[in-house]
Design a protein around this ligand. Sequence first.
Ligand code: UN1
Length: 514
Amino acid sequence: MKRNILNLLGLKDLIKDNHLPSLYLGNSVVYGSGLSFRSFSPIDGSKGIEFKSLEKREITHTIDVLKKEFITWQEVPAPKRGELIRHLSNILRENKHSLAYLVTLESGKIFEEALGEVQEFIDVCDFALGLSRQLYGLSIVSERYRHKMIEQWHPLGVVGIITAFNFPMAVWAWNAVLALVCGNTIIWKPSSQTPLCAIACHILLQKALALMPELPQNISSVIISNRKISEVILRNKDVRLISATGSVKMGKEIASKVSVRLARLLLELGGNNAMIVTPSADIELSIRAILFSAVGTAGQRCTTLRRLFVHKSVFEEVKRKLLLSYNSIKIGNPFSKDVLVGPLINKGSYENMQNSIEKAISQGGKLIYGGNRIRKNVPRGGFYVKPAIIKINHNAKIVQEETFSPILYLVEYEDFDEVLKMHNSVPQGLSSAIFTQNVKESELFMSSIGSDCGIANINIGTSGAEIGGAFGGEKDTGGGRESGSDSWKNYMRRVTNTINYSDDIPLSQGIKFE
Ligand code: UN1
């Protein structure tokens, strides 16, 4: 790793004996004392900085401190908590390029998309700032004379956040800034592929806190560790909500550990997102949307387009134009300006991709584009692939699975009702899209008998959601909603108050008890 990268955001000052700290709690750090481990850049496989593994008790201690700090933090007026997030968003604006640099370095996404990710971070900060003056409940009429009911929202406590490599900053931000504005303290376990991104986010939050020294300073923490050690977070009774992003498999493991202690869960798991291109679709627009949704972030977004249903009347045209546009994509170093597709995250991901392609072929699919590894004109040591297109029948078993790489299953359909059924016939339910000019089709798609996903788009691709909407999905996707709309309610507890201002004590339901 080049030393100058660590100059960014003051990370260099933290290095001791070639190691960065593994635990960050407010302004204090712990270096760890166990075995050393390090991340790799997916760009060329170059080694990142080293970390030492933590002891479980160090994580428990962190949760204890966060629990204590919560007592003061929850009483800071919410608009004041919002002011902290305003400082953070100003700092982010000043450091946008450095942050995007770290995102590209560790996740391998192209720099333009990394800038987009930092922008998403800034956007959700702005949203949270506004929210800090809008954490309102209801007033409800009472059935009793001179009584009223109100509903209030109070902070929860310590919130645990678990994130994946593919959105190493934005997904934390969706959770963290909302949780903070709602009066909680936070503990973050990022993907071990993207430690610097996480540390940078925490350091910038501490910089914002330094501008408000009157506030409690130990409200945020980050743990760089393997899954086994960080399980402490899942099992600790003081962590009141676990918000986790990752695979369905990971989500099920987490759920089994968190549900037994009856804590709250917010899961944003895999997608197997589909788009329907109907006879009336604007083909040029749909091709552009397909391209970004299917190959953006090298097919490693949870919102990536994986299944494309095209009506038989436009099938050949869509296929031809899609192949042309796939052919024009430049694949390579994600820092290069004209590159649209960077590397896969690691070798395992490449092998999964190859496995799925083989399975698809053995199940009757026909590989009509790409799928192979590229070694020319790309940095050595990274796993660069040509995005794959596989023409396949929707009954093939592999189509039910999410492979976290750029494989697009192309399926021909004839009938609208039939395609809706195929669309909904997978275990996951995150994002979906239809390209149509037909109002009946678009309304049906959005209706209760249409797409069964958490996100259903008209004439837009499946990925690239704005922060203002609630983000998440149904079925195996886990049911959680993060980011915009009223997702903030996940990070608070609801209390119903009934107030009597009469001279009597009437019982509800007309009960007489005398
Ligand atoms: C993810 O891949 O986990 O809608 C999040 C999108 C982005 C977020 C993706 N705004 O594609």
